[in-house]
Design a binder for this molecule. Structure first.
Ligand code: ACO
Length: 204
């Protein structure tokens, strides 16, 4: 696998990989009526906002994975509110209350975005202002590519002066949790004890 900086022509691959890893790391193809929806939230805005913090892993078959970084999470959320969400809110009207489809759940996130740092834990972006996403297709997994991509991003964020990075990971994604712990990420927020956690906020 070759690792290089993102180019605008990689955008369709970002949407595709986001979908194909969109079920807690497993393939979510077929779970969405609109296959671009998940990428509209978790991949494409980053490519529009700060493409310099995206790296991709490629092989002879094309782009097989990416890491996406965001230097300043709160500034990014403000930018999304101004620039990214308004046209999407027009394109995807709010679903009916009884619509439990995955599309409807994603569209609700367009209308009421879920921050990467669980509110009211605003100390997370205070101490770890950057955040990241990483997704590799199965053919790229398990060969050290994830580590290389994360280390490349951490070097970039450090050079830009970031004191810390956080991420949100589904509690069902045991593989990714093990990966992040192996790389040295730790839990920044203890999840509530009165119900099973939906996910964890990790950081470094
Ligand atoms: N438990 C313990 N250690 C692990 C685990 C695990 N489950 N997975 C990997 N490791 C270790 C490896 O042994 C390796 O150790 P070493 O470098 O010290 O020898 C190290 O972690 C790095 O492993 P890589 O081979 O680089 O991991 P990989 O390339 O498979 O990337 C990733 C991991 C990103 C989770 C990848 O499997 C993937 O993309 N999965 C599907 C999508 C996904 O789940 N993305 C995360 C969503 S959460 C978010 O983006 C914020």
């Amino acid at each position: 696998m070759h690792i290089r900086s993102y180019r605008s022509g990689d955008l369709p691959a970002l949407y595709d990989i986001c979908l194909r890893t969109g079920d807690s790391g497993e393939d979510a193809t077929g779970q969405f009526a609109d296959p671009k929806l998940i990428g509209e939230i978790f991949a494409a805005p980053y490519a529009a906002h700060d493409p310099g913090l995206i790296s991709v892993a490629t092989d002879d078959d094309g782009v097989a994975g990416y890491v996406i970084g965001c230097l300043d999470t709160l500034a990014f959320e403000d930018w999304c509110e101004r620039e990214w969400w308004p046209p999407l809110r027009k394109r995807y009207p709010e679903p009916a209350d009884d619509d439990t489809s995955r599309d409807a759940r994603m569209i609700r996130m367009i209308h009421a975005p879920v921050p990467t740092h669980p509110r009211p834990y605003l100390e997370v972006p205070a101490t770890h202002p950057s955040h990241l996403h990483i997704d590799l297709l199965p053919r790229a997994q398990g060969h050290g590519v994830g580590r290389r991509l994360i280390e490349r991003l951490l070097d970039q964020l450090t050079a830009l002066g970031s004191p810390g990075v956080h991420l949100g990971v589904s509690a069902r994604n045991h593989r990714a949790i093990g990966f992040y712990e192996r790389l040295g990420f730790t839990r920044l927020v203890e999840p509530p004890t009165d119900r099973p956690p939906a996910g964890y906020t990790l950081g470094m």
